[in-house]
Design a protein around this ligand. Structure first.
Ligand code: SAM
Length: 289
């Protein structure tokens, strides 16, 4: 059984009367090197318990099964149930859960299904829910690594640094918790149906601590979102219009005190710069109270 052979996949899907769903982001892999390289990149061993989202016909699942202690895969499309029963037969360390991963309590699922193992995520994600899924994996707080294939454009945003056009609030959020790297690209020709865009495999590895200290993390992320919501505005204008607690003069005062040009835009600041600004603004808020 070759789960990436295009003729085999067509025969299998046809035999089960399966139809691809665009809304579920169903683009299945048809190049054997891709699931093998994704699974190799995830740093798995017998002590690892893997969460895979969206096994499809199970090509990546089988690769994960050979490398990890256990694999739990969550599939929303129940039409894949008889197909996976066939393709994953004999993979004794794979358990399949049918449902919407976004509605599951992920830490509870990991505790229940992967006890005593080092939890990791490895998946070819459905592209329409990439951002909420990555957010959920980070917020679950239990994964050491998250190795996933996503759209190249989103991969670049996640891994971008200051000054780049791809740099933004979501990338800063991810990098607050995880080291992020792009591993390799995968062209549309490696899937059926072919997506319109190139994909990238990224690996996120949990940091021992946050990159910098900040007194009020929530306030810092409000400031970051304000800066990137209106990225064409100067930081002073973005802050004074969206952070209700401070005036334009106070925002200018904060930047001047920290030695920044008061005409800068948020996109030039690294997370350390945002943290310092958040600490100054917190002082202003506390002094008013
Ligand atoms: N792993 C397979 C591969 O690489 O060929 C399929 C990947 S395909 C890009 C995404 C898979 O995620 C599909 O099987 C789809 O049905 C499933 N899926 C989509 N949304 C989901 C959700 N919210 N929860 C669980 N699975 C989902």
């Amino acid at each position: 059984m070759n789960l990436t052979d295009i003729d085999y996949i067509h025969e299998l899907l046809h035999r089960h009367g399966f139809r691809f769903s665009k809304s579920l982001g169903q683009n299945f892999l048809t190049a054997a090197w891709v699931p093998a390289d994704i699974a190799d990149s995830a740093g798995l061993d017998e002590q690892t318990g893997v969460l895979e989202v969206g096994p499809g016909v199970g090509c990546l699942t089988r690769e994960l099964s050979q490398r990890a202690g256990k694999v739990v895969c969550v599939e929303l499309d129940r039409a894949l149930r008889p197909i996976l029963a066939e393709t994953l037969e004999g993979c004794g360390n794979v358990e399949t859960v049918y449902g919407d991963v976004l509605k599951l309590n992920i830490p509870e699922l990991v505790r229940e299904k992967l006890p005593g193992l080092r939890p990791a995520v490895c998946a070819n994600l459905p592209y329409n829910v990439t951002t909420p899924l990555i957010t959920a994996f980070i917020e679950a707080g239990c994964f050491e690594t998250v190795t996933v294939m996503i759209q190249r454009e989103v991969a670049r945003r996640i891994c971008a640094g200051p000054g780049s056009a791809d740099y933004g609030a979501f990338g800063i959020f991810v990098q607050w918790y995880m080291e992020a790297e792009i591993l390799f690209d995968v062209p549309p020709s490696c899937f059926i149906p072919q997506p319109k865009v190139t994909s990238s495999v990224i690996r996120l590895s949990r940091r021992a601590g946050h990159p910098v200290q900040v007194k009020d993390e929530k306030l810092m992320f409000r400031i970051i979102r304000a800066a990137f919501n209106q990225r064409r505005k100067t930081l002073v204008n973005a802050l004074s219009s969206q952070i209700g607690e401070i005036s334009k003069e106070q925002a200018e005062g904060v930047l001047a005190k920290l030695g920044y040009d008061t005409r800068i835009r948020g996109e030039v600041l690294d997370v350390g710069g945002f943290a310092k600004i958040a600490d100054e603004i917190l002082d202003i808020i506390n002094n008013v109270l």
